[in-house]
Design a protein around this ligand. Structure first.
Ligand code: CP
Length: 301
């Protein structure tokens, strides 16, 4: 297919390093892939996914994206690797790089784990961050941006409501940073103990009613284990922060619901809303494959 070259990026680790033009370019490329476009690398490319935390969506959407692009995937099984015997992440990635891997997609419980990898002289492969502790989840954010753009065609003036435990959600952190920069208005609702001054530069804390009645996009987040520590049972969480059928009725007819997954049905969201007409939760999963194709093309081409 005849098309402009996608901007090349060496590492894909933080939403803050991606400028507005690049974000727009990636969204359009992902939409092209979704419309059936394909891409073939001139040389063989080798990619490994190295997940130190559990994952279904991020890991397998990258697997799917690699297969669609004809990339040769190396299956890295943490449990049967020397990580189990104490080999560090740095030495593991150094080894994969020496083996000839072109990019490693990593999820770690450690915030900013990627810094020593991308600043290394010895590691020559690209790093794609699929989540770093409580830090960021830039690939989820790119998928979410694509999904919002697909529904509204713009970010300017779109009201985004973020509900639930946004403090312990890395996807919420990346999303608020990107969406503010792209011209969206952000409203937050969550437990008072999850109010963080840093977030006030991106949006404002309001009542649940205001979020429900004004949001174009309602971003619901996972009940993190910290919520249990805050003293909420699942039933209490649902009654205080959950998107019940009654709360859904208060939303605008044109609004959409998003959730990065995994969803706890009847805790964060009434079970029947997960697949309702205005839910984009499965669309986010589909879009993840196409966005990851665009990211891989940009990193490897
Ligand atoms: N959204 C997301 O990263 O989901 P997984 O934890 O299943 O990968």
């Amino acid at each position: 297919m005849n098309r402009r070259n996608l901007q090349k990026i060496e590492h894909f680790v933080s939403i803050d390093t991606l400028d507005k033009n690049y974000i727009t370019e990636l969204i359009h490329r992902a939409l092209l892939y979704k419309a059936g476009s394909s891409y073939h690398f001139l040389e063989p490319k080798f990619v490994t996914t190295l997940f130190l935390e559990g994952s279904t969506r991020a890991r397998y959407s990258f697997d799917m994206a690699q297969k669609k692009l004809g990339i040769k995937s190396l299956d890295f099984d943490v449990k049967s690797s020397q990580i189990e015997n104490g080999e560090t992440l740095y030495d593991t990635v150094l080894t994969l790089s020496a083996l000839g891997v072109d990019a490693v997609v990593i999820r770690s419980y450690e915030e900013k784990y990627y810094e020593e990898l991308i600043n290394s002289q010895g590691i020559t492969c690209s790093i794609i961050n699929a989540g770093d502790g409580l830090g960021e989840h830039p690939i989820q954010t790119m998928t979410d941006l694509m999904t919002i753009y697909e529904s509204f065609g713009t970010f300017e003036g779109i009201v985004i409501g973020i509900v639930g435990d946004m403090v312990h959600s890395r996807a919420a952190h990346s999303n608020m940073r990107a969406l503010k920069r792209l011209g969206a208005t952000l409203l937050f609702y969550g437990d008072a103990t999850w109010t963080v001054d840093e977030f006030k530069q991106y949006g404002k804390y309001v009542t649940f009613e205001e979020v429900l009645e004004t949001a174009d996009v309602l971003m619901v987040h996972r009940m993190q284990t910290e919520a249990y520590h805050a003293g909420y049972s699942e039933t209490e969480y649902f009654s205080k922060f959950g998107i019940t059928k009654e709360r859904y009725e208060k939303m605008k007819d044109t609004s959409i619901i998003m959730h990065p997954g995994p969803v706890k049905r009847n805790v964060e969201l009434a079970s029947e809303l997960l697949e309702c007409e205005r839910s984009r939760i499965t669309t986010q999963i589909q879009n993840g494959v196409y966005m990851n194709m665009a990211i891989l093309e940009s990193v490897l081409a």
